[in-house]
Ligand binder design. Sequence first.
Ligand SMILES: [Fe+2]
Ligand SMILES: [Fe+2]
Length: 168
Amino acid sequence: MATRPAAQGILADDKNEAREKIIKLLEKSYWMEIETVMSYITNSINPDGVRAQLIIASLREDIQEELSHAQLFAKRIKELYGVVPGSMEFKAEQTYLQPPEQQTDIVHVIKGVIEAETGAIEHYNAVIDATEDDPVTQDMVVAILNDEEGHRRLFEGYLREYEVEGLA
Ligand SMILES: [Fe+2]
Ligand SMILES: [Fe+2]
């Protein structure tokens, strides 16, 4: 017996075009998470200094969360009948999270993390706006957005300390 496509929802036959658009947004999200994992690995190992240790521990935790975000985006791409892109399609964008000149420059790292989280927050808000027809993707991205807001807030707090001391 032949199977039939879903008659309702984002998996329906007549939602081909809508799915394609969502998959494009999810691919961008996937790459953003992958690059964030790379950047957080480097910045959780390079920094030197007493205060750097807290940033290192914090980024180490985030790496696992960002990795799980990447996996969630990949899984959703497949569920929408897309194909998770291969590594050759990757293009780096996070200029602001490259290693600083001095590995004691923690403010550089904190500001870079805030920039990455802000970029994620902006993109995921756009994905949420574009997924009115796909509540499952929307729900998933709402939860991920909450994680990124938490990350951003945490690093804003770290930066505040340096600002108060006139170091940022
Ligand atoms: Fe993330
Ligand atoms: Fe994050």
